[in-house]
Design a protein around this ligand. Structure first.
Ligand code: AMP
Ligand code: MG
Length: 354
């Protein structure tokens, strides 16, 4: 069994738009020296290491307790860095990067030999993205090399959207945390592979399928929810992920009244129940003894708040977390995906009441 990576963690506050160059320079030097730096992006906080140094990359897996078969995403600050990572990058990949980089789109490309095998879990492909965040871009520039970075949480915990979440999960396992405040999108990037027969979304995320289809009309997406011990045909599709301690129960259906009646019945029959709901719905079962976390006014707000609301309900000691599965349009697809993994697939289908 691998030993966890141990170090002393220091945290620096940085302005998210105009980061002070001093902590950035120090963090860049830490990356070059083979250390770990957690940093904000527009999606979630990343746990970064020099992508071209296999020993540094290994520290990421050790710090997170991440299985070796789950590959990392490499972050770049400029498209010219693609040539250090990937070969035979297609015309369509460049068009997608032109439209969506910097942004929440990750492309799976053919890897260059210099990319360490542990980073890609032994595959001959590498996932690459350019984050849309001044701190992340400044850090990559200061390091002078691409940075491998999965989400800066312990494996299978909800992803971190604040520096406090990072410190909670990784204090003593990351050299530097750059605190740039809460992340704006709050869900991970969309991962798209252009290498198979048809362009395929491997994970829905911050860029919607609708937006991608403007450039790639023949895009496909086949949700995969695999039990943990299954051999995953696409890495990282394990069912249990983003999990709070409490058990998450999802309710699915079109009939509003029937959904809330079903949730009420559940809340009446169980103790220590928490509820995740949009602001307009948050009072629906508030007359019961339920801990409520509002997800805000719409699905964009819900994306931003989802992971932190899961962590917050955990810290409030609930045993059950109830939530409604959103429509699959726009960011609803990615929210539903994260909720399904947090619930490990447990969904109650609620019939209309007529
Ligand atoms: P994280 O950065 O923790 O959100 O996870 C990164 C995810 O990117 C992994 O779990 C995989 O699903 C995906 N990924 C990374 N590299 C590849 C690759 N070469 N091929 C397919 N998927 C990848
Ligand atoms: Mg992750």
């Amino acid at each position: 069994m691998r030993q966890p990576y141990r170090t002393t963690t220091v945290c620096f506050q940085v302005d998210p738009q105009h980061p002070d160059p001093r902590p950035i320079a120090r963090a860049g030097a830490t990356i070059r020296a083979g250390g770990l730096v957690a940093f904000p992006t527009e999606t979630v906080y990343g746990l970064g290491a020099n992508a071209l140094d296999s020993t540094a990359v290994e520290k990421i897996f050790r710090a997170k307790g991440r299985p070796a078969n789950d590959p990392l995403i490499v972050h770049i600050a400029d498209l010219s860095q693609l040539s250090h990572l990937a070969v035979s990058v297609s015309e369509i990949a460049y068009r997608l990067f032109k439209r969506f980089a910097p942004g929440a789109l990750t492309l799976v490309l053919n890897k260059r030999e210099a990319v360490p095998a542990n980073l890609t879990a032994g595959m001959d492909t590498v996932a690459v993205r350019m984050p849309d965040h001044a701190v992340a871009l400044a850090l990559i520039d200061a390091a002078g090399r691409p940075i491998a970075a999965p989400s800066a949480n312990r494996f299978s915990r909800p992803s971190p959207t604040t520096a406090q979440h990072v410190a909670h999960d990784l204090d003593g396992r990351v050299d530097i945390i750059l605190d740039g405040g809460p992340t704006s999108i709050g869900l991970e990037s969309t991962i798209l592979s252009l290498l198979g027969d048809a362009p395929q979304v491997l994970r829905p995320g911050g860029v919607s399928l609708e937006a991608l289809r403007e450039i790639v009309p023949d895009l496909t997406y086949q949700p995969q929810y695999l039990p943990d011990d299954a051999a995953a045909p696409s890495p990282g599709s394990m069912l249990k992920h983003y999990s709070p301690r409490a058990t998450v129960i999802l309710f699915r259906g079109d009939d509003d009244e029937a959904i809330w009646a079903a949730m009420k019945t559940f809340a009446k029959n169980h103790d220590h129940v928490g509820l995740l709901a949009l602001e307009k719905d948050a009072t629906r079962i508030a007359d019961l003894d339920v801990e409520v976390e509002s997800l805000g006014v719409d699905l964009d707000a819900a994306a931003t708040r989802l992971f932190s609301a899961l962590r917050s309900l955990d810290s409030r000691g609930v045993e059950w977390i109830l939530a409604r599965l959103p429509d699959t349009t726009g960011v609803g697809l990615a929210i539903g995906d994260r909720l399904l993994r947090a619930a490990e697939g447990v969904v109650i289908d609620v019939k209309p009441r007529r």
